[in-house]
Design a protein around this ligand. Structure first.
Ligand SMILES: Nc1ncnc2c1ncn2[C@@H]1O[C@H](COP(=O)(O)OP(=O)(O)OP(=O)(O)O)[C@@H](O)[C@H]1O
Length: 209
């Protein structure tokens, strides 16, 4: 179970992005975080995955803070795969570093053997995103956060990746947190939809919406 308890966050001296945010997500649950731009959905995702530390409050995983070393059971896949991969590593090295080698996952995500010999800039955004998804699916992953993961993919590739992920999540009893502006997608992939503005006590200026 993930518990977000009274979390507040701001970037340096900028206004608060998250204020007194609390939520709980059960083991294996699939939730969607929705809301307009600027309400801190991506920031919350990074805090839940341990990439950012809250300035107030805490995030607990099974009653304890996320482990600081070793494999993180909460993995995050971003909207921009090119920013998530080391440009100086061939794809096979990025894959090896993640420790995920299950050939069935590679096959189900349509990753071709020849892609492994390429550099990130020699693959399309959709092809790179498949690698980012694989990298996040280690045996110890208990929650996957998909932050606008499929926004830059065409409809067919979106459907392919989501179908695979939902099947994988059900098999492994892995929870998912999906962040999307697409309410239709949220309803398809989540059991529960959380409206972030309703749990975040910030005031967002109209020009930022
Ligand atoms: N690294 C950063 N440094 C400073 N400000 C940031 C940083 N990242 C995000 N922000 C600001 O924090 C606020 C919340 O951003 P965030 O990306 O979390 O919102 P969001 O709800 O995910 O938006 P969107 O739906 O457009 O992706 C925005 O005003 C954004 O400009």
């Amino acid at each position: 179970m993930i518990e977000v308890n009274h979390v507040s966050f701001r970037y340096e001296t900028a206004p608060w992005v998250l204020k007194d945010v609390s939520l709980a997500i059960e083991e294996g649950e699939r939730v969607a975080l929705v809301g307009p731009s600027g309400y801190g959905k991506s920031t919350l995702a990074k805090i839940i995955a341990g990439y950012l530390q809250p300035l107030e409050g805490e995030v607990l995983w099974e009653g304890k803070p996320l482990p600081q070393y070793g494999y993180c059971p909460v993995q995050l896949v971003y909207q921009h795969p090119e920013k998530a991969l080391n440009p100086r590593w061939k794809m096979k090295l990025s894959l090896a570093e993640s420790g995920v080698s299950d050939p069935r996952i590679l096959q189900e995500l349509g990753i071709q053997q020849q892609w492994l010999e390429r550099w990130p800039n020699e693959l399309s955004g959709g092809e790179l995103q498949r690698f980012c998804v694989v990298r996040a699916l280690g045996e110890k992953t208990r929650f996957l956060i998909a932050d606008e993961m499929s926004t830059m993919l065409d409809a067919m590739n979106q459907a392919h990746i989501w179908r695979f992920l939902l099947r994988h999540a059900a098999e492994k009893k892995m929870g998912m947190i999906s962040i999307t502006h697409n309410l239709y997608l949220a309803e398809q992939v989540a059991d529960r939809i959380i409206d972030v503005p309703s749990i975040n006590r910030i005031q967002v200026k109209a020009e930022n919406l």
